[in-house]
Write a protein that binds this ligand. Structure first.
Ligand code: SF4
Length: 226
């Protein structure tokens, strides 16, 4: 389980890179989100931060179970096909979707040096054709975005699931469980986190549950039927 939040050490934005003029729009929105989260946590008292940490406990336990599943069923194949060959299909992607809640949750469980590493990676991408969160030592998120955690390439799935149908069922169950945190057909953690920041005057393009027309429609339908 990740260690206690140490975000407040060092003051607001102490560990986060400032905007650099030649950043592209994607880099800017990521740095902006980091700065927002950092500022907000720095403005909150210890008791509110403790409440927020308590609110994400179930999600962190879920992510540990997902990580254990991937370790059991995919570690060997992913290490060989992706990491050793340096051809990770996932991490080669430019502009992966990060939810605002991904940023906030990661910040809640990260130390200041970890946040600095992440923001430095964004501001100064290690390799132009790779994900901006990648450093020479790997992904700089302490808890990688949920989209990344649930990415399995076709080849990996085809090698594992036909010979382990029980693993496929488990994976489908984990995907369904993921929606209970991210999919707003019911009040979910990712929405609650966005709301927390919106209520305090913050807005970010990464707040997809409040920005994406499709997700807004789902929230409206839920509210109308309740
Ligand atoms: S955020 Fe991390 S895990 Fe996701 S694509 Fe980038 S480097 Fe890979």
């Amino acid at each position: 389980m990740p260690g206690p939040c140490r975000c407040r050490r060092g003051g607001a934005s102490a560990g986060v890179s400032r905007l650099i003029p030649d950043m592209n729009a994607y880099q800017k929105e990521q740095i902006d989100a980091l700065n927002m989260v950092w500022r907000y946590f720095d403005s909150q008292g210890a008791s509110r931060l403790a409440e927020l940490r308590a609110a994400i406990t179930g999600y962190l336990a879920f992510r540990q179970r997902v990580a254990a599943f991937l370790e059991t069923h995919f570690k060997t194949i992913c290490t060989k096909k992706c990491y050793q060959s340096r051809q990770s299909a996932c991490c080669s992607k430019d502009g992966i979707i990060t939810f605002f809640a991904d940023v906030a949750i990661n910040a809640l469980i990260s130390s200041q040096p970890e946040m600095k590493l992440l923001s430095d990676a964004i501001a100064h991408p290690y390799q132009a054709d790779k994900c901006i969160f990648l450093s020479k030592n790997g992904c700089t998120w302490r808890l990688k975005p949920v989209v990344c955690e649930f990415f399995l390439c076709d080849m990996a799935e085809q090698q594992v699931f036909p010979v382990k149908p029980e693993a496929q069922s488990q994976w489908e169950a984990l995907n369904a469980e993921k929606k209970t945190y991210t999919w707003p057909d019911q009040p979910v953690l990712f929405e609650m986190i966005e709301k927390e920041f919106i209520m305090h005057g913050y807005r970010s393009p990464l707040m997809y549950l409040h920005n994406s027309p499709g997700l807004i429609r789902i929230r409206r339908a839920r509210n109308e039927s309740s």
